[in-house]
Design a protein around this ligand. Structure first.
Ligand code: HEM
Length: 488
């Protein structure tokens, strides 16, 4: 047999295998009875392609709009958008008794030690239990002076930079500076100096790059081989992760020398032997807190600013509420912002319309067949609620493309909304531990900005929301607005 014959044989065998696999996927796979596009039933390439392009959320939404609330998005994956599906999926044990866990292939970053976020249920529960008290509402209130100090600095910097409302400011940057400084201080007692220097710390740029890289690499890993991954890892991505972890490591070493401190890392540092955390694990967890707790909140605030400024009636109403509730800036505190019910509805509507974690949170059915929103899904399948699709579906919300804070305030126009389908922080044992902190920061920062400034969107940001890509969180463009100081 000649060399050409061998090549032809190998190619023929490969084609035959692909054809057999395609026939199995379409007609005999346990998910074959579920609706979805033919190509997505044959191969996961379309899903991966859209994910790599940062457009998974739009692709998934188009599928749910066409096929209904349960869609086979790729051969082994079933996607959902209902509130009940969220309850059934994001639990360790489904009502049928099936065991469900994170689909790890999407959650682990090459070159990084595991974190609480990427740990199996048992170590996860121990880590979460140790750090939970730091995230209670009471702890958040105790952190008020720390958060307040950065918000004071933000307002000062906005006044200085805005030149009396003459110069458009990039609100994306200013919110990002603030949330990174706050989380640095709360997580490991050391900020990034972003507000102080009115500039990005290099670490912050690395985080944006890392979210994009890890989403793309996880998809490529599934489509190609580990060897290709090794090559890709060597080129750039691993270097980026390593550089970021080196900076985190230096900050953490300094932090550990300071002894016990009232920050999120303290329970991990003090309990490191019991929790089995060496320096690499401590470093990855510190990194996790900063990544999870900064970009998300900054994204939400940037989105809220855009949505308010493009909905003038809502903007006027929320400004009136904030300014009539306080006589001076000093009165605006983490506790007093609780009375701003309309502003809270605006933030919740932003979480719906522009959820910072925009894409999916995949889970694997590890043992037994699960019942998800009344559908039997066999062991070995991946299941997920697609957050953006769920929030933007007429199945769950009236006029989902619009911006209607009133839907959270009992307005009868939205009586048929399924508010339980609003899951921006997910649910279950791996849900967002930072939810209270996120609300505290969002409410304080937005109230202080609206109290101190009249805002106007710059013309070049009019289409800001259109066609945004997302890699885990939105890859948001700059958002320019003019801020005219208000005198009282
Ligand atoms: C608007 C702001 C935020 C949103 C929308 C958000 C969203 C989420 C979501 C959807 C998850 C679940 C991820 C999954 O299951 O794969 C999550 C987990 C997490 N979030 Fe947030 N988050 C926000 C702010 C914060 C803040 C301020 C912190 C502070 C440190 C934080 C820390 C975390 C951590 C540590 C986890 C992992 C929890 C675990 O695995 O037990 N988040 N977040």
């Amino acid at each position: 047999m000649s060399f050409t014959d061998i090549i032809a044989l190998v190619i023929g065998a490969w084609l035959f295998y692909q054809l057999a696999q395609a026939i199995y996927n379409v007609f005999f796979h346990p998910l074959s009875k579920y609706p979805g596009p033919l190509i997505g039933r044959i191969t996961s390439i379309p899903c991966s392609y859209h994910t790599i392009r940062g457009r998974q959320h739009y692709y998934a939404k188009s599928l749910f709009d066409k096929y209904g609330p349960v869609v086979r998005t790729s051969p082994n994956t079933l996607g959902f958008i209902s509130a009940q599906a969220g309850k059934d999926i994001y639990t360790h044990r489904n009502s049928s008794g099936a065991m469900i866990g994170k689909a790890w292939e999407y959650y682990r970053t090459p070159g990084m030690a595991s974190t609480m976020f990427s740990s199996e249920p048992k170590p996860h529960a121990a880590l979460r239990k140790s750090v939970n008290p730091s995230f209670s509402e009471r702890s958040m209130r105790a952190q008020e002076p720390v958060i307040g100090e950065y918000v004071d600095l933000l307002v000062r910097r906005l006044r200085e930079a805005g030149n009396g409302g003459q110069k458009a400011l990039n609100m994306k940057d200013w919110y990002t500076f603030t949330t990174f400084d706050v989380i640095g201080k709360l997580a490991f007692s050391s900020d990034f100096g972003c507000l102080e220097g009115s500039n990005y710390h290099p670490w912050v740029h690395m985080v944006n790059r890392a979210l994009l890289n890890s989403t793309i690499l996880n998809e490529l890993k599934r489509l190609t081989t580990k060897h290709l991954m090794t090559i890709l890892n060597l080129s750039g991505t691993a270097k980026n992760t390593q550089e970021r972890l080196n900076i985190t490591g230096a900050m953490l070493s300094k932090r550990m020398e300071a002894g016990s401190q009232p920050d999120f890392m303290d329970p991990f540092i003090q309990g490191k032997d019991k929790l089995n955390l060496d320096f690499d694990h401590l470093k990855s967890n510190a990194d996790m807190f900063v990544v999870a707790g900064s970009e998300t909140t900054a994204t939400l605030l940037t989105g809220a600013t855009y949505l308010l400024l493009t909905n003038p009636a809502v903007y006027e109403k929320v400004v009136a509420e904030v300014r009539s509730s306080f006589a001076s800036d000093d009165e605006i505190t983490l506790t007093s912002v609780n009375k701003l019910t309309y502003m809270l509805a605006c933030l919740n509507e932003t979480l719906r319309r522009y959820p910072p974690a925009a894409s999916w949170l995949p889970r694997m059915i590890n043992r037994g067949d699960a019942i998800i929103d009344g559908n039997v899904v066999p062991q070995g399948c991946v299941v997920s609620v697609y957050i953006y699709s769920s929030h933007m579906s007429e199945y769950n919300f009236t006029d989902p493309e619009g911006f209607h804070p009133e839907r959270f305030l009992g307005d009868s126009r939205f009586a048929n909304d399924h508010l339980e389908a609003l899951r921006p922080f997910s649910v279950g044992p791996y849900d967002c531990i930072g939810r209270n902190l996120a609300y505290a920061e969002m409410r304080l920062i937005l109230a202080r900005v609206l109290f101190n400034f009249d805002l106007r969107l710059s013309d070049d940001s009019k289409d800001w929301l259109k066609d945004q890509r997302a890699y885990g969180v939105w890859d948001k463009p700059d958002l320019y607005a003019y801020l005219t100081p208000v005198s009282y």
